[in-house]
Design a protein around this ligand. Structure first.
Ligand code: G3P
Length: 204
């Protein structure tokens, strides 16, 4: 019962899109109407309002981190083991991808996955950020950076978490995240993927 409620609450929190919220707060167009049409920090940045992108990044990452942090903090009281914590993590992630408040049309999960990794283990989150920044510094492509960090996440999850349900959750999140980047992968192969800060898609 407590686990069901926790999963439901995590899913509802995950369903809150900070990219859409940012457009209301900063009086910008809805990110689902421009650029890649993704309600994520990268696309909100294409609006030209950096503060809105930072708000989106922190909010979407924060909801992932908070869900995992609360599940872990109250684990002894609630009787949660790694499997229950993994289920809560997946619930918040799925909420972001398939939000009940946006007719199940959500984001690609990059920031929320980062928050979840940080919640599982801060070093793991830091490693994901380091990979993202390194790839971004070389190629300046947000999706490529996210894909690299996600593809490597299950490997370093084994190192930080061992072989338990949380590692399986990281593997599932990575696969879902890569699947949500289908159009980005097509663009990357075609050499047409936009670079950070260029706003190419707004010009199309
Ligand atoms: O955070 C999502 C990013 O990896 C790609 O976003 O808008 O370029 O499809 P976008």
């Amino acid at each position: 019962m407590t686990l069901t409620v926790s999963i439901l609450l995590a899913y509802l929190l995950g369903s809150v899109s900070f990219g859409v919220l940012a457009s209301w707060i900063f009086k910008l167009p809805d990110p689902r109407t421009y650029g890649s049409k993704n309600p994520g920090a990268t696309n909100v940045l294409r609006s030209g309002k950096k503060a809105a992108a930072v708000f989106t990044l922190l909010g979407d990452a924060g909801k992932g981190w908070l869900s995992v942090a609360l599940a872990q903090h109250f684990a002894p009281v609630l009787g949660f083991g790694p499997a229950a914590i993994a289920a809560v993590a997946l619930a918040v992630f799925l909420g972001h991808l398939f939000p009940i408040f946006l007719r199940f049309q959500g984001g690609k999960g990059v920031a929320t996955a980062l928050g979840i990794l940080l919640g599982f283990n801060p070093w793991m989150g830091l490693l994901a950020v380091t990979i993202w920044i390194t790839v971004a510094a070389i190629w300046r492509i947000s999706s490529l950076s996210a894909l690299a960090a996600a593809a490597l996440a299950p490997i370093y999850a084994v190192f930080f978490l061992g072989l338990d349900a949380r590692t399986l959750a990281v593997l599932m999140m990575s696969l879902l995240l890569i699947w949500r980047h289908k159009s980005n992968i097509t663009n990357l192969i075609a050499g047409t993927e936009g670079r950070i800060g260029k706003g190419e898609r707004l010009k199309r």
